[in-house]
Ligand binder design. Structure first.
Ligand SMILES: Nc1ncnc2c1ncn2[C@@H]1O[C@H](COP(=O)(O)OP(=O)(O)O)[C@@H](O)[C@H]1O
Ligand SMILES: Nc1ccn([C@@H]2O[C@H](COP(=O)(O)O)[C@@H](O)[C@H]2O)c(=O)n1
Length: 202
């Protein structure tokens, strides 16, 4: 199994890059795991308490479960990837059976911060977009798709997102084998990554 980690700050375009990479690859050969599925279960807290959690700090992620799942996939076992709700700030209780594939892509803001997880990646990619571009994209996405309002996104950006990005996420760029500039759609970079994957698939 070829395991690819794709990191980068919120709104840099990780999910979009993953979708572009897998678009022309055989469905049965490639699987995707999102770090968002591994936000810790917060069922013991009420909505008000959950909404105050710092979701940009590594401690928000259940890295033990993610590690266990990646090890299982490497052994050829199917895992149950938890489903996460950004509207509820919690896991839904559902899970998606995720079988092992020749290529597994793991994407998320914090996946390169954890040394044990980093070790499991054959290729580490960091997607870069400038912070103003990321904030604009995040505002649009969170309001349109994640049930947030302008004030919520801006407060979260100032209080947690920006400082956490500078402290934890941006420094992981140094672990990347490939950095994709993504202020604009970067089809050349996508083609290069796809070529690398195709070489491994034959
Ligand atoms: N290169 C790009 N140029 C303009 N908009 C983009 C680009 N890449 C992604 N987007 C848009 O920005 C938003 C955030 O992208 P997404 O892939 O969800 O980022 P991430 O997964 O890194 O948070 C989405 O609405 C997406 O359509
Ligand atoms: N309940 C939550 C959980 C996470 N977030 C934010 O999501 C961002 C990570 O996801 P991306 O798709 O943008 O990479 C992260 O910056 C968290 O602030 C949230 O808003 N609510």
């Amino acid at each position: 199994m070829l395991t690819i980690g794709i990191a980068g700050g919120t709104g840099c375009g990780k999910t979009t890059v993953v979708n572009q990479i897998i678009e022309q690859l055989p469905v049965e050969e490639v699987g995707v795991i999102s770090q968002d599925s591994y936000y810790k279960d917060l069922s013991h807290l009420n909505y008000e308490q959950r909404s105050k959690i710092n979701f940009d700090h590594p401690s928000a992620i259940d890295f033990d479960l993610l590690h266990e799942h990646l090890e299982k996939l490497k052994k050829g076992e199917t895992i149950d990837q938890p489903v996460y709700s950004f509207k509820e700030h919690n896991r839904t209780g559902d899970a998606v059976p995720t079988p092992p594939r020749k290529v597994m892509i793991v994407e998320g803001i914090l996946i390169l911060t954890n040394p044990e997880i980093r070790e499991l990646f054959d290729i580490k990619i960091f997607v870069h977009a400038d912070s103003d571009e990321r904030l604009i994209r995040r505002l649009k996405r969170d309001i349109n798709e994640r049930g947030r309002d302008l004030q919520e996104v801006l407060d979260r950006y100032q209080n947690t997102l920006k400082p956490m990005h500078e402290q934890f996420i941006e420094p992981t760029k140094e672990y990347a084998d490939i950095i994709i500039p993504n202020n604009r759609y970067n089809t050349v970079a996508i083609d290069i990554v796809r070529t690398i994957i195709n070489e491994k698939l034959v």
